[in-house]
Design a protein. Structure first.
Lengths: 820, 282
């Protein structure tokens, strides 16, 4: 037994290297694709090359006679046992939701949709045979692009009669959380400043490292599905709900999963087809997508047109904000596809005290890959819009962008603060984060350099971008999610078990796929229970091991799942106390618990938790009425989201001759409450920043007019590597704003970098060339777009409409003299 | 990502490889470093019945001095081209361009001859080879012949190499002491160039050679710029004026990374910068 006094004093706050990394980095672990079962068959999918077409016939004969092919099945070969891909978040009662079969028999609605599956003894043979499946299509007109879809001329699903799926509205005047936004805008048009912009959130592809993979084993009493998923519990629920198999007969395992970023927060056609084929053949089957299939058919993210009207007085104090979003759902309303933009509804007011706010979100269907959550999910879009607008307002008023924010933000004395969107922010200190970021960045010095470069007319200009973001995360609370018509709760579950020899098994319903839960959760338990870090084993991702849970997304695992863990540990200590009192022949009230040991106050007598575990196992001596276990379960459902925030500052150099942009410096000061493991936090922030910067500069999923994905490989879908980024300056506030809705005081950090960085970068690029007449550049800010924006007014180059899209062509639609 | 099934041949001599090529003709593809061929096979964009792997032919590797030229074996990797003293001394432009090919892993597998024979107009080596007046030695059933650089690149992915021939080596006339620079314009480091300009100059400036990458269906020479630079002094204004003609006669593609007119603008700007750097004036 390990001596408890060897344990370091505090695990929380320690830079622990991640215990999972050795197996993950060396690949000596269980990924779905390297699971091989006796007699396993392999699947290959036949996918539609057309974005919209009737399936006239599927001839599978040649494929069936290909070597080692077991069978070939198309949509019409399946009945109800195939189930359906569900939408778990209908955002309005009258939402138009097209039926989403995993394999439609009659009509395909996007290029890449599955029309047949080949089952063969090897994956190579399956793939060869898939090319022999002869599908005849009758091509239908396809609708691509939000603005085209809104016209309702070409319909993504003709039977629905419209492409408009749902209109979701929040109005602070109507809700009683604020005043009327329209009135504020009218007033500002007369006596203040109105900023009107149209911003485009381009479509993105999550591009996780491990392609999706699924194995189904129908052998035995339970059917087991391994899947590279973020959501094993939700997956089990959905399989039971749609395929008629009782939940008790379903075991879902998410083994080690190589990244998700929201892209594996889905119930996929591929999973459902593998499930149906395995059940039909009563053989284990495996399907692993190719990278090309992943880019084409795994869900995409973002894709909005944001029409924004910001009203302010002449001093730049915001008086109202009106937001109209048109959001592209793609071909189907995916599991939370419609809800993603709604998650942004509460964040457009960000850290500011806006008195009036109106938000409308129109979701539309198109014949493209369906969209859903992607890191940040709704909140990056909102943050981008408002942080871009605040920079525009600063330019209009003629003050520093930090100054305009200070005029509008919630001060630290004002917390808790109920926002115009109706959320109560518990804690925060925007002044502190901004001051620290500003100092670390060298803000004033860079501003001086910027002025000098402008003065000299340097070929390379410098711009500074600001993003003072906050977000709502830690998805929970269940009641709030219910009020938004979300189909599930947001609680999380944990169990703590003591083994006979005193080791600790922790079971969590969160499902890590790269986050480092095993390390961070071990640190929490080590501190709380007073056991060595190394003695804690974190188990997750298998519904048979962790029967209850709501999985990992929305920066929820630590703030919700971590707190469930704390509660379970506390229950274990309470149970152990009864036994300790009995064995020590002491009154429980006289016992203290510290460093993993009960001691009798005023004596040298004590019992370590490990001794109590062994004693419980033996059962030789225990008090009457005690159940012989120290194990405990707990569930936690917080009463509120949590609200991490931060100030991000970015300096970009822009080559005005070529439009090339280069990052010069990036500083972020995030206030995320208590930090469990600074190293993991740094990793989350760095990775998150790169993902957000990539939206600003590089990534864009492009479909052509026919609905074919043009950026269908990494040659055209540009992911950055370490060669394209700089070392970020990541700092935190000295006196963090402790979260009040979990006892650890933690706030989510998984999405922070992605949410904050995109507007910081674009603000910097625009700032670098604002003096050349530029006030917007569409994302991604390609060199060509930057160059065309610079030369829009000098006749050197034709400026395409999408370089600087505005819904009123030309300059700002207000009095030139308005503002300071 | 699984290719269509193919037969694999690994000859150990050029003659053996040529025999295999003669036997299988159009059904065969030559495998050099595989950095372009393997992705194409795995994405099933091509499905040869036979792959003839040249990696076992040691005579195709290496760089040697041949009097007024250096000779680079077709199977020499980009990494070896970049680091070779003969290349640095006599064809500095090639060393600089080879250093810019994709990423380190690819430079260690990809080959000089393979990339040139593949003739992707966005490839980094075509423009430098053209600028240096490379001579391409191809071997067929009837023996070897030499193709001049101006005749080698025919069209998109098409060269003067016959169906029954293999590129064995490339002779690079010595440009000893010439300055050089390869200016590559990309959005991310591992990307194919949107535009790149390969420049080598004698003196400052007696003579200049300017090759353009991805400005048409083949690598191109910016001859008007070269003519304007001959005998010019390496001043910013003079060079930029000469570079204004760099896009003459080009026909670049339009794609997600840039429309043709933007690429032509880039070619002019980058040519100016590359010439100044090559001449040691920037």
């Amino acid at each position: 037994m390990t001596a408890t006094q060897d344990r370091p004093a505090a695990e929380i706050g320690k830079d622990r290297r991640r215990k999972e990394d050795q197996r993950l980095i060396t690949g000596r672990t269980r990924w779905t694709d390297n699971i091989t079962l006796p007699g396993m068959l392999h699947l290959a999918m036949v996918r539609s090359p057309f974005a919209h077409a009737n399936i006239t016939s599927v001839d599978v004969e040649a494929a069936k006679s290909s070597p080692n092919v077991v069978t070939v099945l198309s949509g019409k070969d399946f009945g109800e046992e195939l189930g359906a891909c569900i939408n778990a978040w209908p955002i309005t009662p009258d939402q138009k939701t097209p039926a989403h079969s995993p394999m439609p028999a009659d009509r395909v609605a996007f290029a890449g949709e599955i029309v047949a599956v080949v089952v063969a003894r090897t994956s190579a043979e399956a793939r060869d045979a898939a090319e022999l499946v002869d599908v005849e299509y009758e091509e239908l007109p396809a609708v691509v692009g939000i603005k085209n879809a809104l016209k309702d001329e070409v319909l993504a699903h003709p039977d629905l009669g419209t492409n408009k799926s749902a209109l979701w509205v929040f109005d602070s005047g109507e809700a009683g959380t604020g005043t009327d936004a329209e009135a504020a805008i009218t007033e500002a048009r007369a006596n203040g400043i109105v900023i009107e912009r149209e911003y485009r959130q381009q479509r993105l592809i999550p591009a996780f490292m491990e392609p999706r993979s699924v194995v189904v084993d129908p052998t035995g009493e339970q059917i087991t599905m391994w899947s590279a998923t973020q959501i094993p519990h939700i997956l089990r629920f959905a399989l039971a709900a749609t395929t008629g198999v009782p939940e008790s007969k379903i075991r879902v395992i998410a083994p080690d999963v190589g990244g998700g970023f929201g892209g594996k927060l889905q119930v996929t056609p591929e999973e459902w087809i593998a499930w149906a084929v395995a059940r039909r053949l009563m053989k284990p089957v495996k399907y692993t997508e190719t990278r090309s299939e992943s880019l084409m058919a795994a869900h995409h993210g973002r894709d909005q047109v944001q029409t924004l009207t910001l009203a302010a007085d002449k001093d730049g104090k915001v008086t109202g904000l009106k937001v109209h979003l048109d959001a592209d759902l793609g071909s189907y309303v995916a599991i939370v596809g419609g809800g993603v933009p709604v998650l942004g509804a509460f964040m457009f007011n960000a850290i500011y005290k806006f008195p009036a706010y109106r938000f409308e979100c129109q979701t539309v269907l198109t014949n493209t890959t369906f969209t859903d959550a992607y890191r940040g999910a709704g909140r990056p879009e909102a943050t981008y819009a408002i942080e871009r607008l605040m920079d525009e307002l600063a330019a209009e008023v003629g003050v520093d962008p930090l100054e305009i924010r200070e005029r509008n933000w919630i001060t630290h004395e004002e917390f808790p603060f109920t926002t115009v969107a109706g959320l109560e922010y518990d804690t925060g200190n925007y002044e502190a984060a901004t001051a620290k970021a500003r100092a670390s960045f060298g803000y004033d010095e860079l501003r001086r350099e910027q002025a000098e470069r402008r003065e000299r007319g340097d070929r390379v200009q410098l711009g500074i971008g600001v993003s003072t973001f906050t977000e709502m995360c830690g998805l929970a609370p269940s009641r709030v999610l219910g009020s938004l018509d979300y189909g599930a709760g947001g609680w999380e579950s944990a169990s703590v078990r003591l083994t006979p020899l005193g080791k600790v098994e922790v079971v969590t319903g969160a499902s890590a796929h790269g986050q480092g839960h095993e390390t961070a959760f071990s640190q929490i338990v080590a501190d709380r229970l007073g056991v060595p870090f190394e003695d804690v084993e974190v188990l997750h991702g298998d519904t048979q091991v962790a029967p209850k849970g709501l999985d990992t997304y929305g920066s929820r695992s630590l703030v919700v799942g971590g707190e469930a863990l704390v509660k379970a540990v506390d229950k274990v200590i309470d149970k152990a106390k009864v036994l300790a009192a009995h064995l020590l022949e002491a009154n429980a009230d006289d016992l203290d618990y510290a460093d993993g040991k009960f001691t009798v106050r005023g004596t040298d007598q004590g019992k370590a938790i490990q001794e109590l575990a062994t004693a419980t196992f033996a059962g030789h001596d225990y008090p009457e009425g005690m159940e012989l276990t120290l194990d405990a379960d707990a569930t936690y459902d917080p009463v509120n989201f949590n609200y991490p925030h931060g100030t991000h500052l970015c300096a970009m150099e822009v080559d005005t001759e070529t439009g090339a942009v280069k990052m010069r410096k990036y500083t972020c000061c995030d206030d995320i409450g208590t930090i469990i493991n600074p190293l993991i936090v740094a990793g989350q922030v760095h990775g998150g920043l790169v993902q957000g910067i990539a939206q600003a500069l590089w990534e864009e999923a492009v479909h052509d007019e026919a609905g074919t994905l043009v950026s269908g490989s990494f040659v055209d879908y540009l992911l950055p590597t370490s060669a394209d980024t700089i070392s970020f300056d990541v700092v935190h506030t000295d006196d963090p704003s402790i979260c009040t809705t979990n006892t650890l005081g933690t706030k989510g950090v998984g999405e922070a970098g992605t949410i904050a960085s995109t507007p910081a970068v674009v603000n910097a690029v625009v700032d670098a060339v604002r003096h050349l007449g530029v006030n917007d550049i569409q994302m991604p800010c390609t060199p060509e777009r930057v160059w065309r924006a610079i030369h829009a007014n000098d006749g050197d180059a034709a400026t395409p409409a999408d370089a600087m899209p505005h819904f009123h062509e030309g300059s700002l639609n207000q009095d030139e003299g308005a503002g300071a | 990502m699984i290719p269509v099934k193919f037969d694999y041949l690994a000859p150990t001599s050029v003659e053996e490889a040529l025999a295999a090529l003669g036997e299988h003709g159009d059904d065969a593809k030559i495998l050099a470093g595989g950095q372009s061929l393997l992705p194409v096979l795995r994405m099933r964009l091509n499905a040869p019945e036979v792959v003839i792997d040249l990696n076992g032919i040691s005579s195709l590797r290496g760089i040697r001095d041949d009097g007024d030229a250096i000779v680079i074996g077709a199977m020499t990797t980009h990494h070896d081209v970049r680091d070779h003293e003969l290349v640095k001394e006599h064809a500095l432009l090639l060393a600089k361009a080879a250093a810019e090919v994709a990423d380190s892993q690819i430079r260690h597998r990809g080959t000089f001859g393979g990339a040139l024979a593949h003739a992707d107009p966005a490839g980094d080596l075509g423009a430098p080879a053209l600028a240096l007046g490379a001579q391409f030695v191809v071997q067929g059933p009837g023996g070897s012949r030499t193709v001049e650089a101006d005749d080698f690149f025919v069209d998109l992915f098409e060269t003067a190499i016959g169906d029954d021939e293999i590129l064995t080596e490339v002779r690079i006339p010595k440009h000893t002491g010439w300055g050089a620079h390869y200016e590559k314009f990309v959005r991310v480091a591992h990307q194919w160039p949107i535009v790149a300009v390969a420049v080598t100059v004698k003196g400052s400036i007696d003579e200049a050679r300017v090759g353009l990458t991805n400005m048409g269906s083949t690598p191109l020479r910016a001859r008007a710029t070269e003519a304007a630079l001959a005998g010019a002094s390496a001043t910013e204004d003079g060079v930029r004026a000469a570079a204004e003609q760099a896009a003459e006669g080009t026909n670049p593609p339009s794609d997600l990374n840039g429309a043709a007119d933007y690429r032509q603008h880039l070619a002019r700007v980058l040519t100016g910068r590359a010439v100044l750097k090559a001449a040691g004036a920037a």
